[in-house]
Each structure stands twice: as C-alpha cells, then as structure tokens.
Design a protein around this ligand. Structure first.
Ligand code: GLG
Length: 837
C-alpha cells in the first residue's frame, strides 16, 4: 500500500511540473492560486502581507520536493555522513529574497511580479525577518548551513525556535528603547512543523543506582519536570543545486498528561500555569552578546535544544538500522561556541544510561563526535555555570561532568606532574571561590577539534586563553577563518553591483568567489571605473532616500559614507568614532574657511539591555547627531545618522552603500568580525585595527587599499603591563582634549551637563580598551582616507580591488576547510527525478 501511495505521489509530481516548476507561467499561476485560495483575495485588493505570503508559499512549493529528497535520500541514509551544527543562534535574515536567489529564479520572479503590476522589492520589504540571533556568531551558523547546502553536503542545523527574537530597537529622546520582536505574528511560511518527531526532555529531580536484568549497575534519572520538544523544519536551499538541508528549530511544549495529573483535579489554573512556565523555555532569545547571563532559564534553553537534537539524531540513526557504536561515523557535531557544550555529557548519558554502552567506549565515541568552535577573546564571554545550579537542573549531567573531570585530570597530571596550578586551570570545575563548571574546558576535553575563527585569535587561544589545553592536545587545535555567504551578502543585497560584475567578468563567481580576481585589470580601465562610480552613486542615493524617509535627515550622496554598524560594545569602540567626529566638528567650526571632505557618519547597532555604558554611548551618538545636524554654520559638511533597529534587513541597504568601513576594535579583542568582510566585498575601504580578520583582509586586498591604525595586540598587552595612564593622552593631544571637554561641558547635553561623565571619566582614568591611546593614530588614518577620497578615481580603483580580492572570505572556502579538516563529509548529489523509495 505504501509503495502504491509513493507511486501516486511520484506521478502526481510528474504531472504537476506546473505546481513546482520554475517557469514564468508556473510561478505566476502558483502565486495567483495562493492569493485566491489561501489568502482569500484578488491581486488588486491584496495587502502587502497577502502578496508576501502568497509569493513565499509559491517559492516554498519549489523547495519541498528538494528538501524531502535531501532528507530522505541523503541525511537519513545510514551510510552517509551528516554534519550536525548545534547553535543557540541563527542569523537567517529575510528568507524570500534569499531563497529566490538560491533557486536561481530572480529574473523570472521579478518578471512574474511585474506582469501583475507588483514591484518585487516592495514584496521583499514586507517580510519580517526571524530574529534568532544577536550577531556574528549566528551569522556564521546561517552562512555555513548555506555553504553546506550549496556544496551538496547533507547537514542539519539544530537550534531554538525563539518565539520572540532579539528586541526591536527604537529611540526615545536619544535613548535606546527595547520592544518585543513578535516575528512570528503573521506566521512563518518557511517552516514545517513535525509533530511526529517530538521528543521529551527532563529536568531536575535526582538519580538512582539500580541493577539491570544482568546484574550490572545502571543509573536512573528521576526528573521532577518533563516537557516536550516540537521540531519545526526550516528549508536551507543551496545555490542552484537540488540540495535543501534542514534547520530544525525546537519549541518547548508542556506534556499535558504529566502536568494535569500532578495537579489537583480541578486546579485548572495551576495546570495552565505549569504549561506556561514550561513553554517559557523557548519564549525569548537572550539579548546578550559577548557576556554571559547565568540564569536558570538560559541553562534550560541550552540543555533543551541540545537534548532534542541528540535524541533526534540517535532516533533516526537507529530507525535507519545504524549501530549506536558507529554514531561518530554517521555524525560529526559542531558546537558553535560553548552554548551547546552540555551536549557532551548529554551524549554520554544517552550512550551509557540509555543505550547501555560502557563508559570508556562511550567517551571514545563522544570525543570522536564533537568539534568545538571558539568565538571570543573576552574573558567575560567564557561561559561558566554554578555547580549548584547545574546540579539542580541536570543532576545526572553534573555527575557525568565530575566523572569526566576525574579521568581528564588524571591524564593532565601525566603531562604536568607536580604542576598543581596548571591542573587547577585545566579542571572542568573552577574551585577558586564558588564552584563553577567551565564550559570551554568541558568543550576542549570532550571534542577532537578546537578551532578559532581567525588566525590571530587562534594564535592567542593557543598562547593565552587555552594555553594549557594546547600543550596537552596540540593536534586538536586548528584555525578556520570566518567567511560570509556571497549569495546573501553580495548577490542578494547588491543587485546593481551583481549586474555590473556579471556584465564584466561573467557569472560563476557566486560559487567560486576567487573568480572576482579577474576584475583586477578593470581597475585600470577608465570606462569601467566610471561605471563602478555610477553604480556606487545609485546605491548611495537609495540609502540617502531611505534615511530621509525614516529620519527626515538629508544626507548628501556625494559625501563620503563612513559607516560603523555592529553591536554596541566598548571593545568595538563606537566612542572612538564619536571622539573623531567631535574633533572634526570642532575643527570645522574653528577654521570654517579651510576645505573639508564632506562626510556622512552612519551608525547602527543594538546594546544589550542591561549594558549601561553601551546605552550611554548610543545616547551620546544621538546627542552629537542632534547638535551637528542642526548646526547651520557648518554648511552640511558633516552629518551624523544613527539608523535604528539594525538587523539583517536594514543592513542590506547599508553595506553596499559604504565608502569607508569602520573596524576599530581594540587589537586582541575581536575574534574575527564578519561585518568587515561584508563591507569589503561590496567595495568599501576599511579603516581598521590590526585585529581579528582585519589582518587577513588587509593581507588580501593590499595595504594600499586599507587604512591601518592603532596598537597591535602585543603592544596593547605590554602598554597595559607597564602601567597605562590614559590621562596623559588627554593632556598631550589638544583636539582630543577639546572633544572630551565639549562633552563634559554639556555641549551635547545642555540640560544635563554631567550626563556623559561616567563615560568620559572611564576614558580618562581607566580606559580598558585604550581609546585614548589609539586616538591620534586613528585621526591620522582618517586623514589618509580623506586624501585618497579627494582623488576619486584612485579611490574607486582601491574600491574595485577590495571587491576583486575578497575571494578568500567566501563562507564556501571556510566550509570546505571545515569539511577537509574536521567534518570529513562528502557531497551527495540529489536527483529529484528519483523515486523516494
Ligand atoms: C563572535 C565574535 C566575532 C566573530 C563572530 C563569528 O565576537 O568576532 O566574528 O563570533 O565567529 N559573538 C560573536 O559575534
């Protein structure tokens, strides 16, 4: 009967090429069909949301069959190796445009919409993007899934279906206001709920040692709470291939029977209350970037999605006839930072307690399964959980962690006999005060590969952060410099440039970004240089228009667009940029008759809601903008704009429009950065420190096409060690002093003179991130940029060379390296003409 049904489906699909085909007529029909039967409306009466939803469903139809084939014929096959990516965050960005690009139907869809009198861009604008990430860490997760699909490698990303994503940011009187991001309120057309693959997750309670039938000791975990994880599959299509991988996001739901029975009959409110509290687990994304929040709910989130993921893998492996002892042959599981590290003891628990595998064998499998990516150099971002808390939520895991630690420290003592101090730093448990579990240590001990995300960071991990692990396991360490997906970050967001590239060097670069190299000779071709400038001008016009519509600020598209967008954080030094702007403003006011380069400074980025200094920096930027933009004496020479609610959607207008990209973190603090890559590939020149991937970008694009400034990581370190006194820079540099004085005298906060004192005091007397020390050299680099800007052809040439030489930073290159060195999984070509069974 089953085979019969499959045959019917197959025939149905064959006959309905119109339903799933990529022709103009098929897409138009599909769209009208959805508009009428699904949205209940006509084209002339449809709202933007109707049109978006109908087109989304039409495109989604084209993904289903590909996805099903990838899932059934590759992922679930017992002998193909599958890459499992575990990440608490995915920066997916708007899906419609991306999926259209990856299906290779942009022109057809544009035409289909045009024929119906609809502008495709306005349809794309109606999409609410999933807010499932804070920043860069989620971006690489999404980019690598895209890369895996494009390289036709079977993969599953696992994560959390946060009901409320990262907060929406607005400004009130210059201060950041956070609002709930209800990204799911109109529904999310790109997912399929999979009730039948739900799993159960336990929390709390206690453990019990019992004997099994054959008399062996075994541990039972008796939880105090159980909930259900429901998977929602999101399609991840590769570029112009049939592979559509799965991003499986989990939602927490109460197990009704469990709750209702444990409550008094008739206590309906109580039961519902319990339901609400268990569902809280996947309600909201923690808005912290680069700092940890030691909250119970966060730990529950981490365990929840990780346990769902591993149970899911074990289930479908066993269903397909796999042998549990081969788990690590079938799957390689990458931990995206430490957030999913509890997967290590969880896999041990599943193997030992549920599958009856002996400890040593289970540990062997576990260590062969996991790879760990480390994304940070900030000590405050290294996760640790109080032993008491972890033991209360996950009693069995705490025992397992202690057992792992016991064996691991024995091994460590062989390497470091009589080095009690080193053993203490290696221990999975921090015992210096209150006891904590160090998640990075657990990740290092339990995985076969440890990688940083840019050369400098990997070297710093080896020599400082994870130094002792490096001496025990040198073979585990490797570097994987980050990359970005060229489909999204060039093709999709920069259609104008894409056209020019296609016309000049042909297509093919989207899948092999190194081909952009063939653009280099055109940097000497005046005709091409003119075209390049014209395209840039149009893009800047678009952004200027959006800024005007949104904020009523007029910016000059001929001015230099100097852009700093990323999370607001002291180490990223938005305040260094502000000091530069103020000093320039001061200079213009003091010497109005000199000539200046007109500049537009554009900011974007969110501050963690509890991070007061970052929020004060936002207020300062907005206050400076208010004064400068309304000062008629400077003749509109400079403008300052802070674009609210920076997210993928807004960023799509920003990256392509940049002339100058600001990458100004304190050296040795930014692990890699990926915004730096997005700018440069779109032709921006960078003013940047010798930090993260900036170093490698500069190496590629050439030092002439990159404005380097500031202390290097080792200089930062030695200056700090020799006793850093920021106040001397204030005394010695007049323009810096004037800028700080203006802030302190209330020039930007006339009603509250001391408003910014916490910030300026910090800079003058503490300055952890060496803003003061780098100021002079930063201004020098800015002046260098202005000089080049004044020769517009030379600037355009440098801009062309930036794009031409960014091939290395395609995420396809990074994914290939992960595949070669860590994942060792092969491509599986998906043929959708095959039957499924
Ligand atoms: C981290 C780092 C970034 C890095 C990103 C992706 O701070 O420097 O580019 O991961 O590896 N928390 C982050 O965004």
């Amino acid at each position: 009967h089953q085979n019969f049904l499959h045959q019917i489906t197959h025939n149905f699909l064959k006959q309905h090429d119109d339903r799933i085909g990529l022709t103009l007529e098929a897409i138009k029909d599909g769209f009208l069909d959805y508009l009428f039967f699904n949205r209940g409306t006509y084209p002339d009466q449809a709202t933007d949301q109707d049109i978006y939803q109908a087109l989304a469903m039409t495109i989604r139809d084209r993904l289903v069959q590909r996805w099903l084939h990838t899932y059934k014929k590759a992922t679930m096959e017992k002998d193909t190796r599958v890459v499992i990516y575990l990440s608490a965050e995915y920066l997916m960005g708007p899906q419609l445009g991306h999926n259209i690009v990856n299906l290779g139907v942009r022109e057809v869809v544009e035409k289909a919409m045009n024929d119906l009198g609809i502008d495709l861009q306005s349809v794309l604008d109606a999409e609410v993007e999933p807010g499932l990430a804070n920043g860069g860490l989620g971006n690489v997760a999404a980019s690598y899934l895209d890369g895996l699909s494009s390289l036709e490698v079977p993969a599953i990303g696992y994560g959390i279906r946060y009901e409320f994503g990262l907060f929406r940011q607005s400004f009130s009187n210059g201060w950041q206001i956070e609002e709930t991001d209800k990204w799911l309120q109109f529904g999310f057309p790109w997912e399929i709920q999979q009730f039948d693959r739900a799993v159960e997750i336990k929390f709390g309670g206690s453990t019990q040692r019992v004997k099994d039938e054959s008399g062996n000791e075994k541990v039972n975990w008796i939880p105090s709470e159980e909930i259900k994880g429901i998977p929602y599959d999101v399609f991840v299509p590769g570029y112009k291939v049939n592979t559509v991988n799965t991003l499986r996001l989990w939602k927490a739901e109460a197990i009704d029977s469990f709750n209702f029975q444990s409550f008094n009959v008739g206590d309906y409110y109580g039961a519902v209350d319990k339901k609400v509290s268990s569902e809280n687990i996947t309600k909201v994304l923690y808005p912290n970037d680069e700092s940890i929040e030691g909250k119970i709910l966060r730990l529950k989130q981490q365990y929840f999605f990780v346990s769902c993921a591993l149970q899911d893998c074990v289930n479908f492996f066993l269903e397909s006839g796999g042998n549990i002892l081969d788990f690590h042959e079938k799957f390689v599981v990458q931990l995206n930072d430490t957030h999913p590290t509890i997967a290590i003891p969880e896999l041990m628990r599943i193997l030992v307690d549920e599958q009856g595998v002996a400890w040593d064998e289970a540990w062997h499998i576990t260590q062969k399964t996991f790879g760990y990516t480390q994304h940070t150099l900030l000590p405050e971002a290294l996760e640790k959980w109080p032993v008491g808390l972890l033991g209360q939520i996950l009693p069995r895991h705490m025992e397992i962690i202690y057992d792992i630690n016991y064996k691991f420290l024995n091994l460590a003592r062989e390497h470091f006999p009589n080095h009690q101090e080193i053993i203490r730093t290696l221990s999975l448990i921090d015992e210096t005060g209150e006891k904590y579990v160090r998640m990075a240590n657990l990740a290092c001990a339990g995985s076969f590969s440890i990688n940083g995300v840019a050369n400098l960071q990997t070297e710093l991990l080896k020599s400082y952060t994870l130094k002792d692990f490096y001496s025990i396991f040198p073979e585990k360490f490797n570097n994987k410099t980050n990359g970005i997906a060229p489909r999204r970050w060039l093709m999709l967001i920069n259609n104008r440039l894409t056209q020019l590239l296609d016309d000049t060097i042909g297509t093919g670069w989207e899948k092999d970004l190194d081909q952009l190299k063939s653009l280099e000779p055109f940097a000497e071709n005046q005709d091409f240089v003119n075209k390049w400038k014209a395209v840039k001008k149009e893009i800047k016009n678009d952004l200027a228009q959006r800024i005007f519509e949104q904020q009523r600020v007029k910016v000059d598209p001929n001015s230099m667009f100097d852009i700093l967008v990323k999370r607001i954080h002291e180490y990223k030094r938005q305040h260094l940029k502000v000091l530069h702007i103020i000093s320039l403003y001061r200079k213009i006011k003091d010497n109005p008759n000199e000539s200046y380069v007109p500049r537009t400074f554009i900011f974007g980025g969110k501050a963690a809601p509890g991070y007061r200094m970052a929020k004060l920096i936002i207020k300062l930027i907005n206050s400076v903008a208010e004064v400068i933009n309304n000062d008629s004496s400077i003749n509109d020479l400079i403008k300052v704009v802070f674009i609210p609610n920076y997210n993928v959607r807004n960023s799509q207008w920003i990256y392509p429009a940049a002339d100058l990209s600001e990458q100004i973190s304190t050296a040795g603090k930014e692990a890699s950065g990926t915004g730096n890559m997005k700018f440069s590939v779109n032709g921006a020149l960078t003013v940047g420190t010798y930090d993260g991937a900036n170093i490698e970008i500069r190496e590629e694009v050439g030092s002439d096409n990159f404005f380097l400034f500031g202390l290097k990581a080792d200089e930062v370190k030695s200056l700090k060690e020799s006793g850093y006194n920021p106040y001397t820079y204030y005394q010695e540099n007049e323009s810096l002093r004037k800028a700080i004085d203006m802030i302190n005298h209330g020039y930007f906060s006339p009603n509250e003179r001391d408003l910014f004192r916490p910030l300026t005091d910090h800079l003058l007397y503490y300055d952890e991130y060496m803003v003061m020390a780098d100021f002079t050299d930063y201004v020098r680099a800015q002046e260098e940029a202005e000089q080049l800007w004044s020769q517009s052809d030379a600037w355009a040439k440098a801009s062309i060379l930036n794009t031409a030489r960014m091939g290395k930073f395609s995420s396809d290159r990074t994914v290939r390296e992960y595949l070669r060195d860590i994942w060792k999984a092969d491509a599986v070509e998906i043929n959708i003409k095959d039957t499924l069974h």
